[in-house]
Ligand binder design. Structure first.
Ligand code: HEM
Length: 409
């Protein structure tokens, strides 16, 4: 019988101190890929760590539902999602009907339109740093946060003055266990109530006077021939805001950290920009901002011969799938030219990330703008991890960055 401390899989303070439990994931993949865990302070769950199993579960919504718990939080916040009904909380057929509302905003044609805005934002941020010579910056606060924050707020149609407010909401949801990011009092439940209050007013405005933004599309959507319900519209706006900022910020921040930790790979990328597309995928495989999502068994069933009971929770640990040695050659090496790269950073199947194309584009554009200007980059202090098991990454990444002038604008 494999002995391990299940708190190592979930406890935010351990993620902050030690980082992701990659060695434990590897052990579980080898010895107990479907294992029952009852860490103190958490509702029990099955930890799923192999790529093949995460794919099979994600592709089987009839057996493994999204209408139960969706993310593993501490016991007192675990049923928080009873107050929301986002597309992540839905199963077919509702799921497809609601997903279609936002889908058109994330198709390649629209992404090409958004790319100009991402590039202009990236250039603006980098120009500001280039002017400062060898600048000492926190990469997270100066680049990784503003880029996705402004993109998502722009997409939804929020006024620019509300960006700091929107960022605070997103931080409080995903950094809700971190002493520097969490809400001063009341926890995530209060944050969600505050977000709903804010969006109630904006959605009403957009019903009266629709504009060219995603909020207007949500506000005026019809599902199954009827106007979208208030709970569903509020949840939709909220999930786009929350899922669009912190995830991408952590992919950008952890991506730069990974390049700094592998200077040979950074050098290859700098010399050969044609590697940027594969580097984007490797950054996604390596950084895995979304650490876990949950499914609930809809019937008594089995996985690898292990009996699972109706109502049991399964935690899909994406970082473990991304290091699965039966799928990836040399999974513990960070290689900017890795191909193929069937990582599960965006999930797979029914709930495959709606914003995957946008996130990929943001990472690619930032690298395309950064690499040709890069004179020097080095760590300038000790990076600090977010205290979380949910959207994992760095809250501080102090670097010294010297940039040359842009060559193409
Ligand atoms: C690197 C950045 C990102 C990562 C790592 C990420 C990861 C994920 C994951 C793992 C899922 C759930 C998959 C599942 O349960 O099977 C998901 C779903 C989702 N993501 Fe993302 N995401 C990112 C960026 C974004 C962005 C930029 C947006 C929005 C604009 C977004 C919006 C969503 C939505 C709405 C869903 C729910 C999809 C559904 O249930 O059908 N994500 N994402």
């Amino acid at each position: 019988m494999l002995e391990f401390d299940p708190l190592d899989l979930v406890e935010p303070s351990r993620y902050a101190e030690r980082g992701r439990p990659d060695a434990l994931f590897a052990k579980l993949r080898r010895e107990a890929p479907v294992v029952f865990c009852e860490p103190e302070g958490y509702e029990p769950f099955w930890a799923i760590t192999r790529h093949e199993d995460i794919v099979a579960i994600s592709r089987d919504p009839a057996r493994f539902s999204n209408t139960g718990r969706i993310a593993l939080l501490k016991k007192h916040e675990d049923d928080l999602i009873r107050n929301v009904r986002t597309i992540i909380n839905m199963d077919p057929p509702d799921h497809g009907a609601y997903r279609a509302i936002g889908n058109r905003w994330f198709v390649p044609r629209n992404l090409r339109r958004l790319e100009d805005r991402v590039r202009a934002l990236a250039q603006e941020l980098l120009d500001g740093i280039a002017e400062r010579g060898a600048a000492r910056i926190d990469f997270i606060q100066e680049i990784a946060v503003p880029l996705p924050m402004r993109m998502i707020c722009g997409l939804l149609g929020l006024p620019a003055k509300d960006e700091p407010f929107a960022l605070r909401l997103s931080n409080e949801v995903f950094g809700g266990d971190d002493p520097d990011m969490k809400r001063a009092e009341g926890g995530r439940e209060k944050t969600i109530a505050e977000a709903f209050g804010y969006f109630t007013k904006l959605l009403a405005d957009r019903r009266r006077e629709p504009r060219e933004d995603l909020l207007s599309v949500i506000a005026n959507a019809e599902v199954h021939g009827k106007p979208i319900g208030d709970l569903e519209a509020l949840s939709y706006a909220f999930i786009i805001l929350a899922a669009g900022i912190d995830t991408t910020r952590n992919a950008l921040g952890s991506g730069i950290e990974a390049l700094l930790a592998h200077p040979d790979q950074l050098e290859r990328l700098r010399k050969d920009p044609s590697l940027i597309p594969t580097a984007v995928e490797e950054i996604l495989r390596w950084t895995v901002p979304a650490n876990q999502m949950l499914r609930t068994a809809t019937c008594d069933t089995q996985l690898r011969g292990v009996p699972i009971l109706k109502g049991d929770t399964l935690v899909l640990f994406y970082p473990s799938a991304n290091r699965d040695e039966s799928v990836f050659d040399e999974p513990d090496r960070f290689l900017v030219d890795r191909k193929p790269n069937p990582h599960l950073t965006f999930g797979i199947g029914e709930h495959f990330c709606l914003g995957a194309g946008l996130a990929r584009m943001e990472i690619r554009v930032l690298l395309e703008e950064l690499m040709p200007r890069l004179r020097s980059i080095r760590l300038d202090g000790t990076p600090k991890r977010i205290e979380t098991n949910l959207i994992v990454g760095w809250k501080q990444l102090p670097i010294e960055l010297e940039l040359g002038a842009a060559s193409n604008h």
